[in-house]
Design a binder for this molecule. Structure first.
Ligand code: IDP
Ligand code: MG
Length: 149
């Protein structure tokens, strides 16, 4: 089993998409191992998006992600990193397929509703930015019996 980090960004929370988005992850069979609504600090935003610090969109990205509450999630599944990236869709909603979160709910790259880690290593790093170890729970998830042969 693999864990990934996902986030419903401030636009997703303000647009009342939280339930719809989490329902998509759940319906795929991903186990919610951690979840909280929270205000991202400037320090957390800087750690999260360190790889983009030189990009022209970086200041806007930090002010976007800190502009209101987000929902932070730890999701677990057999190929959780890839599955959640697929459910979220392409970075720019213009290129995101219908049926993906960004394709269904977004209109431009600077307001693309959700985040997800791009590798197992990024996931571990990002989970540690937003969650204490005791906030990520291990428990029996009965759907696994019917998801995998
Ligand atoms: P990802 O979120 O699909 O992994 P990244 O390239 O890692 O995409 O970019 C991180 C975030 O930065 C994007 O989700 C988006 O919010 C923002 N972003 C990326 N490119 C642009 C841009 O050209 N203009 C404005 N915001 C951008
Ligand atoms: Mg990324």
């Amino acid at each position: 089993m693999e864990k990934t980090f996902a986030m419903i960004k401030p636009d997703g929370v303000q647009r009342s998409l939280v339930g719809n988005i989490i329902a998509r992850y759940e319906a795929k069979g991903l186990r919610v191992a951690g979840m909280k609504i929270m205000q991202v600090s400037n320090e957390q935003a800087a750690q999260h998006y360190a790889e983009h610090v030189e990009k022209p969109f970086y200041p806007g990205l930090v002010s976007y992600i800190t502009s209101g509450p987000v929902v932070a999630l730890v999701l677990e599944g057999k190929n959780a990193v890839e599955e959640v990236r697929k459910i979220n869709g392409a970075t720019n909603p213009l290129n995101a397929a219908c049926g993906t979160i960004r394709g269904d709910f977004g209109q431009e790259v600077g307001r693309n509703v959700v985040h997800a880690s791009d590798s197992v290593e990024s996931a571990a790093r990002e989970i540690a930015i937003y969650f204490n170890a005791d906030e990520v729970l291990e428990y029996d998830y009965l759907p696994n019996k019917w998801l995998f042969e």
